[in-house]
Design a binder for this molecule. Structure first.
Ligand code: NDP
Length: 239
């Protein structure tokens, strides 16, 4: 039996490049109304691009208002925008730590808090937080990033407890190493070393993450909430 697909209004933060761009394209291909936030550039074909910086509550609010006017209330939100400021603990400045947390964790909070208004009214919502395998297994030089990504798990599970009875799910998708600008920055030797530790022995394409996000945000996944779904070729097994 196949489930009939209802067209939803979807928002993907950081949808102008990398994993976010792929996620946005995946939702467009599935027939949904899709908006992306971007600080610069544009989202993929078929999307509405709105300017927003997730470190700024007013800008997140303005982006939602624009989407609501043009596409209707946001029913599916994918908190994808993220940054790294990798360095060893002894060299990590307060700013290195707080900038990463402000974008990756507090940024997700700002977005889901704003989305929550419309979802409560609709008694329907899909919240997907893009974490990382590193949030579970840690990463040398990534104290800030791993802490921010682990925080998303507590966030999704708390939202699940608060809103689970209102038709709203909140899940975490935890990618491993994906071919984007973020991983292209890694030195070749480091990339080789990482690949040797991944059971699948390769990095993934952004599309492999996008398909999982689309599914967990679908009506078919209505009974999945508070889950951490790895897309990591077996790197993080155990979470
Ligand atoms: P990219 O660096 O390619 O893209 C990051 C996106 O986030 C860009 O669209 C960027 O916008 C946006 N962004 C960053 N800061 C802000 C901000 N303050 N406000 C709004 N948008 C912002 O990253 P990836 O595609 O590789 O990563 C996407 C997500 O997936 C991140 O959360 C990342 O942590 C996570 N992830 C990535 C992995 C990988 O291997 N690549 C592995 C595991 C998780 P702009 O273009 O304006 O800078």
């Amino acid at each position: 039996m196949t489930t009939e697909i209802t067209t939803r209004t979807v928002l993907v933060t950081g949808g102008n490049r990398g994993i976010g761009r792929s996620i946005a394209s995946e939702f467009v291909a599935a027939g949904h109304r899709v908006a992306v936030t971007a600080r610069s550039a544009e989202g993929p074909e078929g999307t509405l691009t709105v300017r927003a910086d997730v470190t700024d509550t007013a800008s997140v609010d303005a982006a939602f208002t624009e989407i609501e006017e043009k596409l209707g209330p946001v029913e599916v939100v994918v908190a994808n925008a993220g940054i790294t400021r990798d360095t060893l603990l002894m060299r990590m400045s307060d700013e290195d730590f707080s900038d990463v947390v402000d974008t990756n964790l507090t940024g997700a909070f700002r977005v889901v808090k704003r989305a929550n208004k419309g979802m409560l009214r609709a008694k329907y919502g899909r919240i997907v937080l893009i974490s990382s395998v590193v949030g579970q297994i840690g990463g040398a030089g990534q104290v800030n990033y791993a802490a921010s990504k682990a925080g998303l798990v507590g966030m999704a599970r708390s939202i699940t407890r608060e809103l689970g009875a209102r038709g709203i799910t909140a899940n975490v998708v935890a990618p491993g190493f994906i071919e984007t600008d973020m991983t292209a920055e890694l030195p070749e030797e480091t990339q080789k070393q990482y690949k040797s530790q991944i059971p699948a022995a390769r990095f993934a394409s952004p599309e492999e993450v996008a398909r999982v996000v689309r599914w967990v945000a679908s009506d078919e996944a209505a009974y999945i909430s508070g889950a951490v779904i790895p897309v990591d070729g077996g790197l993080g097994m155990g979470h």
